[in-house]
Design a binder for this molecule. Structure first.
Ligand code: AMP
Ligand code: FE
Ligand code: FE
Ligand code: ZN
Length: 280
């Protein structure tokens, strides 16, 4: 069984349509793939319809933007009720804040570079959760940068003069909301040094107290030391351990199935989730 529990479609900052992502999962030899777009479940229906076509099981999920002491933290939610009012409201609030933030960043960038909001919109489909990757694609389309990575290294970097932060819920609050919606909260890449500051053991402990179910230990942004640290925390707290690609289509070098999750871990997640895994 090959199981990849973290991917993105055009519903957020991936470049594959949801059905194309399921097809790509089949080609990559995966048995199970989770669709975890940033702050939205808009890709679920199309991905579900593709399950019998391509013979890959689907875990319906999302990656929720959160903050801990103003540090950006990502929380994966699996198998939650997509209609749960509290979780839905937080998601919409974050998506709206992301939109205003992206507009503010484009206004700042436009002072120095030829770039319009229409350029960014051209990189999205209706309902997309807008993020810096779409601004990156717009910058690349205008020839200002070579690709997303180049944009993130310069214009879009967290320390750049064009960078604007956005609202996101506190992570412990988000963990409780995910549980209230019947979802299974798993901390995404908490030891990703490449993203800047990382969560301390104490901060992770507070999320465990709030109801955290698991930690994404195996991720390309973790070095061996981080993997060992996070596996230790998970073992001590009795948490599920996952591994995933964080695939973004052509938007990132991450390859489907480059990191995987054990069948036992998936079983523990399905046991705790309100929704079933969609099987072919
Ligand atoms: P945002 O959530 O709008 O602040 O943008 C962060 C998103 O950008 C993350 O979810 C990543 O998928 C993506 N990202 C971050 N760094 C890079 C990079 N170097 N190349 C491509 N995508 C990136
Ligand atoms: Fe992303
Ligand atoms: Fe993430
Ligand atoms: Zn992700």
């Amino acid at each position: 069984m090959r199981i990849d529990l973290h991917t993105h479609s055009v519903a957020s900052d991936g470049t594959d349509a949801p059905a194309a992502l399921v097809a790509a999962a089949a080609r990559a030899g995966l048995d199970v793939v989770a669709l975890t777009d940033h702050d939205t479940t808009r890709g679920w229906a199309e991905a579900e319809a593709a399950v019998p076509v391509h013979g890959v099981a689907l875990v319906r999920g999302a990656e929720i933007s959160c903050l801990v002491d103003r540090m950006s933290v990502h929380l994966l939610s699996y198998l939650h009720d997509p209609e749960h009012a509290g979780l839905l409201e937080e998601g919409e609030r974050t998506r709206e804040a992301r939109l205003q933030r992206a507009r503010a960043m484009v206004d700042l960038i436009a002072e120095d570079l030829d770039l319009t909001w229409a350029d960014v919109e051209a990189q999205t489909v209706p309902g997309t959760t807008v993020g810096r990757p779409h601004i990156a694609d717009a910058l690349a389309a205008r020839g200002h940068v070579a690709d997303r990575s180049a944009a993130f290294a310069t214009v879009l970097a967290a320390g750049s003069r064009y960078y604007v932060p956005h609202y996101a819920p506190d992570a412990a609050h988000a963990v409780r909301l995910v549980r209230a919606a019947g979802g299974v909260p798993v901390l995404a890449h908490p030891g990703a040094l490449v993203r800047g500051r990382i969560l301390s053991d104490e901060a992770i402990g507070r999320l465990v107290d709030a109801g955290l179910a698991g930690i994404e230990v195996d991720h390309r942004d973790h070095d061996d030391a981080q993997r060992r640290r996070l596996a230790g925390i998970a073992a001590e707290a009795g948490l599920v351990v996952t591994g995933s690609s964080d695939y973004h289509g052509a938007g990132k070098p991450n390859v489907l199935g480059e990191r995987t999750t054990s069948p036992e871990a998936l079983e523990a997640i399905e046991d705790q989730g309100r929704l079933p895994v969609v099987r072919p």
